[in-house]
Design a protein around this ligand. Structure first.
Ligand code: 8YV
Length: 323
């Protein structure tokens, strides 16, 4: 790397990642952490060799089609890359990479945390105590739902879905069923999960449903009113994947009509906006997209994005190329 490539990092990332970015590249960091405007993204495409964006940057066809353009690669900080118009990247000959593997455990932990929180009404309990409303122990206080022995339906048995299935079956003694046609029954069995032939069958059978599918045009509103209606009245929906998978308005209606018992959500359709009705519901646990938020993992994600850039600029194939 004789001339150091120019890399624009769109958000604050952990210091170790910023230090390495600066050591490897002519890196422009974002010390104020203010999200980029479309104009700033286009400017970065015009003036830098690479962009290192996050889920908050919409890398649209307009951004990718910026002319004149210097950028040749977009190294996303995140495994999900629905913030990037991959088809437009391909059309413009721009390479796209993501950061798989390094956030699998954290995201699975977050799904299990949400499951436990909604089942055992832990958010409600904490809110009550902090509000000074706890009057003392009583046998009928905040009775939740037992988790051990219940059925968890996993929609999408990829890396994170498998890690959730493993935790639920081996750690919590749950029965796990899944829907993910390309995954063999043997692979499911390895993580204690049994396949079902349809998404609908999983929804009908599960006490908890956890979503682990990517956000694609064909998975948008995967959980629509009809599918939500197939869930059992006592069942809970967990989403740590992407907000687009759930029709949030239909979810609110299902919760209001009590056709499902509750939800645990880490992701939303229009982040950071959350449908106001959800905020008022005690049986819903809401997290601000914290799925991968451990120091170790956010450092690992940043390093993985830098590894991809380093490979690309050394004319080696980046490990995590998705376009
Ligand atoms: C990230 C995520 O925090 O990696 C993903 O797909 O959803 C989160 O873990 C976020 O995307 C960072 O850009």
């Amino acid at each position: 790397m004789a001339v150091r490539p120019r890399v624009v990092v769109t958000r604050r990332v952990p210091a170790a990642v910023e230090d390495r970015a600066t050591a490897l590249f002519d890196a422009t960091l974002n010390p104020t952490d203010t999200p980029f405007t479309m104009g700033q993204l286009q400017n970065a495409m015009r003036t830098a060799d690479a962009l290192l964006p996050t889920v908050t940057d919409k890398i649209t066809a307009e951004v990718l089609g910026t002319t004149p353009r210097r950028a040749k690669i977009v190294a996303n900080f995140g495994v999900g890359f629905n913030n990037i118009d991959v088809a437009a990247a391909k059309q413009n000959g721009i390479v796209v990479t993501n950061t798989p593997d390094v956030l699998t455990d954290e995201t699975a932990d977050t799904a299990i945390a949400l499951l436990l929180m909604v089942a055992r009404r832990l958010g409600e309990g904490e809110r009550e105590l902090r509000a000074g409303k706890w009057t003392g122990w009583r046998p009928t206080h905040h009775l939740g739902t037992k988790v051990t022995g219940k059925t968890l339906g996993v929609i999408g048995l990829g890396r994170i879905g498998r890690a959730v299935a493993k935790r639920a079956s081996a750690g919590f003694g749950m029965r796990v069923v899944y829907y993910d046609p390309p995954v063999s029954a043997a692979d499911g069995k390895a993580v204690g999960a049994e396949p079902r032939d349809s998404l609908e069958a999983v929804l009908r059978e599960s006490d908890f449903v956890s979503l682990h599918a990517p956000a694609l045009p064909e998975t948008r509103h995967l959980m629509n009113a009809e599918r939500l209606a197939l869930m059992q009245r006592h069942a809970f929906l967990i989403n740590t994947a992407r907000g687009d998978l759930v029709d949030e308005a239909a979810l609110v209606r299902a919760l209001q009509a009590k056709t499902i018992a509750g939800a645990g959500l880490d992701v939303f359709e229009k982040e950071p906006v959350v449908t106001p009705e959800l905020l008022a519901m005690e049986n819903v646990v809401l997290l601000p997209h914290l799925g991968s938020a451990s120091t170790e993992t956010r450092v690992a994600m940043g390093m993985r994005a830098l590894d991809n850039l380093e490979a690309f600029f050394s004319e080696k194939p980046p490990r995590d190329r998705v376009a």
